[in-house]
Design a protein around this ligand. Sequence first.
Ligand code: PLP
Length: 385
Amino acid sequence: MPAPALHARLSRRLCGLESSPIREVLAVLERPGMISFAGGLPAAQTFPRIDLGRLARGCLQYGPSEGDPALRRRVASDLRRLGLTCTAEQVLILSGSQQGIDLVAKLFIDPDTPVAVESPTYLAALQVFRFFGARLETIETPARWARAAPAERPAFAYVIPTFQNPSGRCYGTDERRALAASCDAASVPLFEDDPYRELAYEACERTPVCAYLRRASWVYQGSFSKSFAPGLRLGFLAASPDLLPLLVRLKQAADLHSSRLSQQLVLRHLESRSAAQRLDAIVAIYRRKRDRFARVLERELAALAEWRVPAGGLFFWLRLRTAIDTRNLLAPALERGVAFMPGEFFHPDRAQGTGTLRLNFSHATADQAERGLAALAELIGRGAA
Ligand SMILES: Cc1ncc(COP(=O)(O)O)c(C=O)c1O
C-alpha cells in the first residue's frame, strides 16, 4: 500500500485495480522444481528458432501506430478467409491481444457502465473491465437485450466463443448466429476474443461470431502468442469502420506502436512455406499432451471432480463434486510444488465459482503431470473430506 500522502494523490480509478492472481502465481513458478498447471504457457518445445540476421534495418525505426502495412494486409486476408468482411485499413496491430482488451475498455467504460461477459471468463479481462469501473453482468439470454431500455443494454458484450478460457467450450453454429442476431437487434457492440482458434484438436465450428453480424459494431481480436511466441508480445484486432479510428487514437496514446521487430518476425513466419506445417506439428504436440493429461485426470480425479475433454485450447476446467473454495487449496498446493488457478477468479460474481478450477495442460511434462495431479487429488480429497 502506498503511504497515505501519496494515496490521496492517486486516481480514483486505482481503487478498482487488483493485482492479477495469475501473475502472482507465475512469480512463484521460478522456484526450482515447481509444476505449473496455472498460466496458459505454451510448451517451450513449440517455440520457433529465430535468425535475426536477415531482418531489415528499417524495423529499428519508429513506425505507424496501426502496424506495418504488409502485416495488416496479411492479417486482413487471413480474416477474410474466416468469413469476416475486413480490409487492411480495419486492422490494428497490438502489443499482445491483452492490449486490445485495455483499448476496448478505454473506448467504452465509464464508472458503472454495464458490460456483458460470460461466466466464467478470462480473468485478466475482468481485471481490466473492473479497473475502469464496469458493472459486470452475465450473458445469459442476450435475446432480452432488444427489449431492455437502451441505457440498460450493455455497452458491449465480451465473448471468447472458440475454446473459451477457462472452460474450453466452443459455441455451435446456432449459438453463434443467435448471439450475432441479438447484438444486431439491440445494437450491442460485440467484442470477440479469439486467441486459441488455431489450437484445434478436433473438428468444430470456428467461424467468428463477428462474421454473422449485419449491423452491430464489432471488434475481433487474435494473438500470435499461443501459436508462435508469447514473448514477442504481438496480437491484432480488426474492427468495424466506426470503431477503428478511435482504437487507433487510443493505441497512439498507449504505446505509439507495437514492436516492429516482432512484426517483422511474425510476418516472415506467416509468409514462410513452413508455417502451416509448423502449426500442424504444434497441434499434434498439444493433442498428445491433452490426451495424456486426460488419462491421468481420469485416474486421479474422477471420484472428486467432473470435466469435459476440451476440443481445443490449453485448459481443462474442473467442477469438484464437493463445492469447496479452491482458493484455500492454492497455498498448500504451492507448498507441495504444484500451481493451478482457482475457478473463483474467473467469475464476475466470485461466489459462483466455488468448487471450480482451471488446469493448463500445455506446459508441464508427462512426468510433472503425473506427480502434480496426484498431489492435487490428495489435497482436494482432504479438503472435501
Ligand atoms: C482469452 C484471452 N485473451 C487474451 C489473452 C492475452 O494474450 P496475449 O496478450 O499474449 O496475446 C489471453 C492470454 O492467455 C487469453 O487467454
